[in-house]
Design a binder for this molecule. Structure first.
Ligand SMILES: Cc1cc2nc3c(=O)[nH]c(=O)nc-3n(C[C@H](O)[C@H](O)[C@H](O)COP(=O)(O)OP(=O)(O)OC[C@H]3O[C@@H](n4cnc5c(N)ncnc54)[C@H](O)[C@@H]3O)c2cc1C
Length: 408
């Protein structure tokens, strides 16, 4: 009986395990997870899901793993891989032989330089345990200071306000989401946060953070000291590559895989947040994505390729974020764009299209209330996948349906 091991029981690892069964694999599957809880969705941890943080939103009910014959081992790390002998060693010394191995080890929250780890009042947000710890501090009369105006920090600021806590966001760059979205989108988001009472501060340099018994203090270069009940360090994530690195696998901003998710070692694959891969749609550029749909899609692709197909990554990157009543959606990769065009969708919703110098649509970023931009972003995604060069006039004219551009 062939034995497939998946290291990392997150979104991607769990999806791969179920996809293997859906595709008819009847060998053994072992899914190893460092966290003590069954695989769960991370996006709710900073959004509505934080309000009722326990239990997390599981990827699948616990009994389904047993029903599907998936040996789920929780609360234990894989510590070593012998890629020649095809053996994975667990933290308790157990050795498991494999025929094929998938690394879906995800990413970890980046710590703030100068702060060693987290203290009682200085927190990160990556896991369900992190969310539970943060939740206890989010009440009326409490103050959370968030270091970093990125997606997770801003989502948490919105949730904190919903829970009645005060929230301050401290961003070092001149505006929030500088690496993630165009300025016009960031402006809408910043305004909405300020309307909801979030104190958004940009261009601030933090020179120190103190974790005291009574409060946490953030010291700014301006001389100001911001006192808070809890501080969230929300300055991005880094791929979990230690295990792969120790096993001698190639690393390049994540575990380096080819477009079929194969690592540099035979029969070892990697997928999800932990890996970087060449994206043919963007000229084979190596990218690493930290988004939920990518983790799902690569899980399905990994399952197919573990079973011997040789499919390539073809999906268009897609990301969303919910903040207050706004939903932001981004399809594609905008870097390298030469032109940006705006399409207004009414009720303050709009989409920005990013085109290269040949007129090819590279990406679309949309913002609006609820589902306002969802359908058009979906159509933009199809145009991006088709490498279309849509008529710029038609892109900006909201009375012309994007669907008609797809047909063209
Ligand atoms: C708070 C938050 C909000 C988010 N919101 C959004 C959103 O709105 N939109 C969006 O598109 N994406 C969002 N994301 C990103 C999305 O959740 C991730 O892209 C997705 O979870 C990645 O899945 P993964 O399985 O690759 O990695 P992970 O979910 O990180 O899972 C990896 C698992 O592997 C385990 N592991 C690592 N090393 C080992 C080892 N050696 N042995 C055993 N186990 C190991 C880890 O403990 C972890 O449980 C959010 C993420 C967070 C944290």
């Amino acid at each position: 009986m062939p034995h497939f091991i998946i290291v990392g029981a997150g979104e991607c690892g769990a999806r791969t395990a179920f996809a293997l069964r859906e595709k008819g694999f009847d060998g053994d599957i072992t899914l190893i997870g460092a966290e003590p809880v069954a695989p769960y969705e991370r996006p709710p941890l900073s959004k509505e899901g934080l309000i009722h943080a326990h239990p997390p939103k599981f990827v699948a009910a616990l009994e389904r793993y047993a029903q599907q014959g998936i040996d789920l081992r929780l609360g234990i790390d894989a510590t070593d891989i012998d890629t020649l002998g095809k053996v994975v060693t667990l933290a308790d010394g157990q050795k498991l032989g494999y025929d094929k191995l998938l690394l879906a080890t995800g990413a970890s929250a980046r710590s703030f330089p100068g702060i060693a780890g987290t203290g009682e009042r200085i927190r990160m947000l990556r896991t369900h345990a992190d969310a539970l710890a943060l939740r206890t501090a989010l009440h009326p009369g409490r103050h959370i200071a968030i270091i970093g105006g990125g997606f997770i920090g801003l989502e948490l600021a919105a949730t904190a306000r919903k829970l009645g806590a005060d929230a301050t966001v401290i961003e070092g760059l001149s505006r929030v989401l500088k690496r993630g979205v165009p300025e016009a989108v960031a402006e809408v988001i910043t305004l909405r946060h300020r309307e909801e009472g979030v104190d958004v501060r940009c261009g601030e340099t933090i020179i120190g953070v103190e974790d005291r018994t009574d409060c946490a203090i953030i010291r700014l270069a301006s001389g100001e000291a911001i006192s808070a009940d809890v501080v969230l360090v929300g300055i991005g994530a880094q791929p979990n590559v230690a295990l792969a690195e120790k096993a001698g696998l190639a690393i390049d901003n994540g575990i380096a895989v080819n477009d079929r998710l194969e690592t540099s070692a035979a029969d070892v694959y990697a997928a999800g947040d932990c890996c970087s891969f060449p994206l043919a749609l963007y000229g084979g550029r190596r990218v690493r994505l930290e988004c939920w749909r990518n983790a799902q899609e690569q899980g399905t692709l990994a399952a197919a390729n573990l079973l011997g197909t040789r499919n390539s990554i073809s999906a268009v990157p897609w990301f969303w974020s919910d903040q207050h009543d706004l939903t932001l959606q981004i399809a594609g990769l905008a870097d390298g764009a030469a032109t940006m065009l705006r399409r207004d969708l009414g009720e303050e919703a709009f989409i920005l299209f990013h085109l290269d110098e040949t007129g090819r649509l590279l990406a679309a970023s949309g913002i609006g209330r609820g589902n306002a931009v969802a359908r058009d972003i979906r159509l933009a995604e199809m145009l991006i996948a088709a490498r279309a060069c849509p008529d710029p006039m038609a892109l900006t004219a909201s009375h012309i349906k994007l669907k008609s551009l797809l047909a063209a």
